[in-house]
Ligand binder design. Structure first.
Ligand SMILES: [Zn+2]
Length: 135
C-alpha cells in the first residue's frame, strides 16, 4: 500500500502543478525487480485515490527488463531472472551491477484542466521512491 501512496502523492503533486481537475490516465514503468505486482498496485492505487482527482485514473503499467552489467567483462545484458549468467563470459550474477530494473518511473499523466477541459499530457521525470532500493 505504501507504494500506491507514494505514487498517489506524486500524481497529486503533478496534477496540482499542471492544474488538472481530473486525472484520467497514469503511465508507469516498473522494473522487473521492483517487487511491484501491477494488479496489486492498480488495486491499491484505486483504494488510496478515493476522493481525490485521481479516483477514476487508469494505471497503464509497463514492466521494463532488468539490465545488468558484468563486472568482469563489462557486458551489458537483460536478465530474464536473477540466475542468468553473463552471456559473454559466463560469470554467475552474484557480482553483477544492476543498471536498471528496481525503479518505478512515472512516464506521464493525462487528465483534464479546469480551463477548457482539453486533454493535457505531460512527460514527467523519473521518480525513485524510497522503497525501490536502487542506487
Ligand atoms: Zn561477463
Amino acid at each position: 500500500m505504501s507504494i500506491a501512496q507514494s505514487l498517489l502523492e506524486i500524481v497529486m503533486d503533478e496534477s496540482r502543478r499542471h492544474g488538472l481537475t481530473r486525472v484520467d490516465r497514469v503511465r508507469l514503468q516498473i522494473g522487473a525487480l521492483a517487487a511491484v505486482v501491477p494488479d496489486a498496485l492498480t488495486f491499491c492505487f484505486g483504494a488510496v485515490a478515493q476522493g481525490t482527482v485521481a479516483s477514476e485514473a487508469v494505471l497503464e503499467i509497463e514492466t521494463v527488463p532488468v539490465v545488468a552489467r558484468c563486472p568482469l567483462c563489462g557486458e551489458r545484458f537483460e536478465m530474464e531472472d536473477l540466475f542468468d549468467r553473463c552471456p559473454d563470459c559466463g560469470l554467475v550474477p552474484a557480482g553483477m551491477d544492476l543498471v536498471s530494473g528496481r525503479e518505478m518511473t512515472l512516464m506521464s499523466i493525462e487528465g483534464e484542466t479546469d480551463e477548457d477541459g482539453e486533454t493535457d499530457e505531460r512527460n514527467q521525470g523519473a521518480c525513485r521512491p524510497q522503497h525501490s532500493g536502487s542506487e
